[in-house]
Ligand binder design. Structure first.
Ligand code: PLP
Length: 351
């Protein structure tokens, strides 16, 4: 793929001190257009800046868009991406669901590599920090009518980021028992904007109740645990690592897959299955809900010390500190991501 590069003539100051997630962006961005009949064309890197499009832009009205989240890490031996081919593959899966044209995985990866290379000095080196990469697609037909768009843009922007929830501090989670995130046959498996618009009311409710995030229950019985905000959820119950089995309404996280692989590699018993909220209540009361943690690219691993369900508290472990297993998984995973540990599973890709 031919990528035209126009470098900025006014490089920005790099942020210092605490890096707020998703607020500062690097000097450049990648853009590519799609036109029906021509396909993807005009791959280019240009200075980061505002876009201009018609107020009738299709994505603004009907939400035909998808996105990804991935990271570049700086380690002692250089800079790395983590399993980027999984993001390229999932991006096409999301695109198929909302009728956005796919892009060859190799082109997607080349776009990411070229942009990260150009802005490589923006990858921070403080512990727990990284460069968050946000590729996204949106329909830009200037047409107000519900239809599959004929034109699209594929854009990648990047943002230096510190720890997502602050430093590995356990968080409280609100169990949402009214709204649902996704149902079978819906778009829950795709990373598409509408899913997140639909989640905000629950997030507000969680915050009003002093919690960091909302945990979703299944859309039919509001009984089985699905996931949390933008994270998959894991529990350690009576010595076993347990996470909801993937179904059509759960986003298949790359961190989830990596944590499952590491857990098995540690020799832990692992179960992917349906987990009801009643099982969690009972396990907590019996002192067997040993650990709980969310997983996702942004936070990597986020320990949970308490759930709030219908006004009732479900404590995890001692209700205060994070569990030893989740800390070990977190430390192992970030060591692999930053190039500080052996890459047994071939997950790292050099920038
Ligand atoms: C992105 C996302 C995740 C986590 O996926 P990763 O690939 O691990 O970053 C989990 N749930 C939802 C709803 C998400 O959007």
């Amino acid at each position: 793929m031919k990528i035209t590069i126009t470098k900025t003539t006014a490089p920005k100051e790099k942020p210092t001190g605490t890096l707020n997630f998703g607020r500062n962006f690097t000097d450049h961005m990648f853009i590519m257009n799609y036109t029906e009949g021509t396909g993807w064309h005009d791959a280019r890197i240009v200075p980061y800046g505002d876009l201009s499009f018609s107020p009738a832009c299709a994505a603004l009205h009907y939400g035909q868009e998808t996105f990804e989240g991935m990271k570049a890490y700086r380690g002692k031996d250089g800079c790395w991406l983590f399993r980027p081919e999984m993001n390229a593959r999932r991006s096409n899966l999301s695109n198929r669901r909302v009728c956005i044209p796919e892009i060859p995985e190799a082109d997607y990866l080349e776009a990411v590599q070229t942009l990260v290379n150009l802005d490589i000095d923006w990858i921070p080196d403080a512990p727990d920090s990284s460069l968050y990469i946000r590729p996204f697609f949106f329909a830009d037909d200037p047409f107000v009518g519900v239809a599959v768009s004929k034109t699209y843009q594929f854009i990648i922007i990047m943002s230096p980021a510190g720890a997502y929830f602050g430093a590995f501090e356990p968080v409280s989670i609100f169990v949402e028992d009214e709204y649902v995130r996704a149902v079978r046959g819906g778009t829950g498996r795709a990373k598409t904007g509408g899913n997140y618009a639909a989640s905000l009311a629950a997030l507000s409710r969680a915050k009003e109740n002093g919690c960091a995030q909302a945990m979703w229950l299944d859309g039919i019985e509001r009984k089985y645990v699905e996931e949390v905000g933008t994270m998959n959820i894991f529990f350690k119950i009576d010595g076993k690592i347990v996470t909801p089995a993937l179904n059509e309404s759960i986003l298949a996280g790359i961190t989830r897959d990596s944590i499952l692989t590491l857990s098995r590699d540690f020799g832990l018993a692992v179960e992917e299955r349906a987990i009801s909220i009643d099982e969690l209540v009972a396990a907590s009361e019996a002192g067997k809900l040993e650990e709980a943690f969310g997983t996702g690219t942004a936070c990597v691993v986020a320990p949970v010390n308490r759930f709030l369900y219908k006004g009732r508290e479900i404590f995890v472990g001692d209700g205060k500190t994070e569990g030893a297993t989740c800390r070990r998984l977190y430390e192992t995973l970030i060591a692999i991501q930053r190039g500080d540990a052996e890459d047994k599973f071939n997950w790292r890709v050099r920038v």
